[in-house]
Design a protein around this ligand. Structure first.
Ligand SMILES: *Cc1c(COP(=O)(O)O)cnc(C)c1O
Length: 439
């Protein structure tokens, strides 16, 4: 049994092997950006093919979406999707209690109120039963997130949405390429949002987002909303007439060109990622007290982030709390060279903007839900632990390995990570001491 690195032993992952390249930038990416720069199509007020329209077409074709509208980033895509569906002041939007902050901010950006629902303990995605419990006459939409690259239970969510007449906007920022019963995520609901931010599975060289939908009318509304409410018609000069509320959410042509080049290599990368990660997880699956991520049956997981849950009792350490176990494992695994981290330190409803209702003006948009109230509604903090027990438990007893370490070129590195886990599990008595000393 080798000595743990946290006690001065040799780390399982040699320091010289820890570097990971992401995004992978090759000559064709550089050429794509330079060609776009020299191509004279840097603005979207011109008709015909531009790097942005090329990316929209390629994205729609590759994943099987009827319509694709490129925007500045994933958060803008979520906001514009809700706006295109008419979700605004007075409306509530149900979002998962575990996600990136943008999922909860997007309703606020439209003056609608995010309402949080608890998650499923296995997929970490919206629990349709808890969604149903939170529906009120003001609920207008649901935003299921395909968190970490795992499709949410779209059967359950679609069923709830249909029965209550709610719109569904999929937050697929972490899940391009994931499928649910053979259908691409993003187009199962009314609209879907993707992010091309540089850490995501298909990166651009900065920021970018895409909105997809199967509905031509919604796509047209989003297209106008992206550009000041204007209609940009092929073959005609821009007339600067605005037909609806609009924003400036136009994607930059250089970002689009880079993303197109990356999209061209995506299938190759995705195959490598599936092979590497399936092998890695299979190797860890038998360790007692460790739950590895698993996709729902009938879905493809695209492994944006790997979340591992830890159960001290199942690991044979019944006297240790889950928090103490997580902290000790984090210390031990990081010392071995595995970059374990927490993805989200708290459930979304505990983030300041939502907890303290920091919106616009005198308590809006929450105040808009009670237009007759003379005063801004007093905020009574909900008991978040009782309201979202699963989200709290998952944050307490899990750690993640994030995208940048799951690059398609990380096959060898993941083998070393597996050795580190095995080594730590051989030394659980030491982990117990670490946990005891720190709890
Ligand atoms: C990254 C991300 C977003 C936002 O995308 P940006 O392009 O960074 O604005 C939204 N939701 C989730 C789940 C994300 O991971």
């Amino acid at each position: 049994m080798s000595k743990l690195a946290v006690l001065g032993g040799t780390p399982a992952v040699p320091r010289t092997q820890r570097g990971v390249e992401w995004p992978v930038i090759q000559d064709e990416d550089r050429k794509a950006v330079l060609d776009a720069l020299d191509g004279g199509r840097l603005v979207s007020d011109t008709d015909g093919e531009t790097p942005v329209t090329t990316l929209e077409r390629q994205w729609a074709e590759r994943f099987g979406h009827a319509h694709c509208v490129a925007v500045t980033n994933g958060t803008a895509a979520l906001q514009l999707a809700l706006a295109s569906l008419g979700v605004g002041p007075g409306a509530e939007v149900i979002v998962p209690a575990l996600s990136f902050i943008a999922t909860g901010l997007a309703p606020l950006h439209n003056m609608a109120v995010p309402v949080f629902a608890d998650i499923d303990p296995v997929t970490f995605n919206l629990d349709p039963k808890d969604v149903e419990r939170r529906i009120t006459p003001r609920t207008a939409a649901i935003i299921p997130v395909h968190l970490h690259g795992a499709p949410a239970d779209m059967d359950g969510i679609t069923d709830v949405a249909r029965r209550h007449g709610l719109a569904v906007v999929e937050d697929a920022a972490q899940a391009p390429g994931a499928t649910h019963r053979g259908r691409p995520v993003g187009s199962i609901g009314d609209m879907g949002a993707f992010s091309l931010q540089v850490t995501k599975n298909i990166p651009t060289c900065g920021e970018g987002g895409l909105l997809v939908t199967g509905d031509a009318g919604l796509a047209e509304t989003a297209r106008r909303g992206r550009q000041f409410g204007e209609v940009i018609e092929s073959g005609k000069d821009r007339d600067y007439v605005s037909h609806q509320l609009g924003w400036n959410h136009k994607m930059n042509g250089l970002q689009a060109a880079f993303a197109s080049a990356q999209l061209g290599r995506f299938d190759h990368y995705e195959q490598a990622r599936q092979t590497n990660i399936t092998r890695f997880l299979a190797r860890l699956d038998g360790l007692p007290g460790l739950t590895v991520p698993k996709p729902l049956p009938g879905t493809t997981h695209v492994w944006h982030i790997l979340r591992f849950r830890f159960d001290p009792a199942a690991a044979g350490l019944p006297g240790i709390t889950d928090t103490a176990f997580r902290k000790a494992l984090r210390r031990a695994l990081r010392a071995e060279g595995v970059p374990m981290s927490q993805y989200q330190l708290m459930p979304l409803p505990d983030q300041t903007a939502f907890r303290d209702r920091l919106g616009f003006g005198r308590g809006y948009p929450w105040a808009a839900l009670e237009p007759s109230a003379e005063h801004v509604p007093e905020h009574v903090p909900a008991d978040s632990r009782a309201e979202y027990p699963v989200a709290h438990a998952v944050i307490r007893d899990s750690l993640t390995i994030q995208k940048r370490h799951l690059s398609p070129t990380s096959g060898e590195l993941l083998e070393r990570y597996a050795e580190a886990f095995e080594k730590v599990w051989e030394n659980l008595d030491t982990v117990a001491k670490l946990a005891g000393a720190r709890s």
